[in-house]
Unconditional design. Structure first.
Length: 270
């Protein structure tokens, strides 16, 4: 697929997907969604890729749905996401509970890091939230946005935000659609780190590089799957699953290398 609304590159075992409509603060369109899912599928299927980074070109991460697309819904009198029926389905098939828009991120075995370099509104905030970890530029503006458009909470944010930051804080953000900054997001636990804007790229590269170089891909995949499945399970089910995975992974070369590195007091080589 020819990329017009995104870019995709792989370097040092990290795939970077960049939303690329900087003149519109990377506002979301059907074309962008189609390309994004295609890029995500490519990264998921590439055995050389260990970590996926999602960011925006220019001064924004994703300022929400494109205003012209929103106007199109009004003109048509109904909703059309503009995505073709044959759109890529990355993450589908891992678990039926992940087989939906944005929840498909949970079915991908590799960590997905959102580098929130600027405004993230509506669908842009949802995209960042469905990534596994968020690092943000100081002063970046975030908002759920839907209330100011007369819409319901979108894209599963009413399910995900309470799990990320607690019900009370989620209710505040969802009811008010107010703008909040990356610094407040970090206080809530929504953002893992806040760094100066000119340092974000290097910080994300170091974070992703650390995961790619020093954590076994099998461990990354298992841990991510455990966490998202555990959102739907009891403690007993979680412990049983962890025990089964432990017994399966102990005979692996990754565990053997991890133990050898610990004994030899060196970084592991996975």
């Amino acid at each position: 697929m020819e990329l017009k609304a995104t870019t995709y590159e792989v370097a040092d075992r990290v795939a970077t997907i960049t939303l690329n409509r900087p003149h519109r603060l990377n506002a979301w369109t059907g074309r962008m969604q189609t390309e994004y899912r295609s890029c995500l599928a490519a990264a998921a299927d590439d055995e050389t890729v260990r970590v996926i980074v999602v960011t925006g070109a220019g001064m924004g991460f994703c300022a929400g749905a494109d205003v012209e697309a929103l106007g199109g819904h009004v003109d048509r009198g109904g909703y059309d996401d503009g995505v073709a029926p044959d759109v890529a389905r990355p993450g589908y098939g891992a678990d039926p509970r992940f087989d939906a828009d944005f929840a498909y991120h949970f079915g991908i075995d590799k960590p997905i890091v959102a580098a929130v370099n600027g405004p993230a509104a509506g669908v842009g905030l949802a995209l960042a939230c469905f990534c596994d970890v968020r690092l943000a530029a100081a002063g970046a503006k975030l908002t759920t946005a839907h209330g100011r458009l007369g819409l319901p909470a979108e894209f599963g944010l009413s399910w995900l935000l309470p799990r990320l930051i607690g019900a009370a804080r989620a209710m505040d953000l969802l009811l008010t659609s107010r703008v909040f900054l990356a610094e407040e997001a970090a206080e809530m636990g929504l953002v893992a780190r806040v760094v100066e804007p000119d340092a974000l790229t290097d910080e994300v590269a170091a974070y992703a590089g650390e995961l790619a170089a020093h954590v076994a891909p099998s461990s990354l995949a298992a841990t991510k799957r455990q966490l998202y499945l555990d959102l739907h399970r009891t403690a007993v089910e979680s412990i049983a699953d962890a025990d089964a995975r432990l017994r399966e992974m102990i005979p692996s070369p990754a565990f053997e290398e991890g133990v050898a590195a610990l004994r030899e007091r060196r970084p592991p080589s996975f």
